[in-house]
Design a protein around this ligand. Structure first.
Ligand code: HQG
Length: 181
């Protein structure tokens, strides 16, 4: 498949599986899962036909592994990044000592005062390595990376979750656990 088609389908799936399922009359089930048949039929009906093989290729090839099939291959979901209320049923996980968060330089002052907030998403997203964090930050202008004292936070009672695509999720990060790099 051409990369442009892959990106287009990926954006379509992100929009409907993370933010606006109602726009194509689907509902996310427990864990954020949707029947593959239902999704394909709904997108077809709403003027964006996706072939089953295309869906498989997007799930496999997507640059950030944004989507997963369940073990039976009959359900699909976005691995993270939702703005709508959904319980991803992730198990709490023990984070490494340090995680990273990349942001745009304009947010730095506010983050140093208020900490990292989830804004429109369900969680604050943290990366396991600096390079990924830097790339995430670039989406918001000149990238600034914060180191997050994750193990210390965990020890102090904050719960961490690890999404199926390796993104660490947490409710918020108070400023005392942040260090600007
Ligand atoms: C910032 C992409 C001011 C936060 C990426 C971020 C990621 C604050 C922005 C995933 C703040 C929210 C998530 C505060 C946080 N004051 N700004 N107190 N606290 N912010 O897009 O982490 O392509 O919702 O730093 O790769 O950038 O969607 O979060 O800049 O994994 O799959 O508020 O989205 O993946 O922006 O990105 P976002 P994010 P996908």
């Amino acid at each position: 498949m051409q990369n442009s088609r892959l990106v287009k389908i990926s954006k379509y799936l992100s929009y409907h599986l993370r933010h606006h399922p109602e726009a194509i009359d689907i509902t996310l089930g427990p864990g954020g899962w949707v029947s593959v048949t239902e999704l394909l039929s709904a997108s077809g009906k709403h003027g964006f036909a996706i072939e089953p093989w295309e869906l498989k290729e997007v799930v496999a090839e997507n640059d950030k592994q944004r989507f997963s099939f369940d073990s039976t291959g009959t359900l699909i979901r976005a691995n993270q990044g939702h703005s709508i209320e959904v319980d991803l049923q992730l198990a709490p996980a023990l984070p490494p000592d340090i995680l990273y968060h990349g942001t745009g330089h304009r947010a730095v002052e506010s983050i140093l005062t208020k900490g990292l907030l989830k804004m429109s998403r369900h969680h604050v997203h943290l990366s396991a390595d600096v390079e990924t964090a830097r790339l995430v930050g670039q989406r918001h202008g000149r990238s600034v990376v914060f180191a997050v004292m994750a193990a210390q936070m965990h020890q102090d009672g904050h719960q961490f979750f690890l999404s199926d695509n390796g993104v660490w999720l947490v409710d918020m990060v108070p400023p005392q656990y942040l260090q600007q790099m």
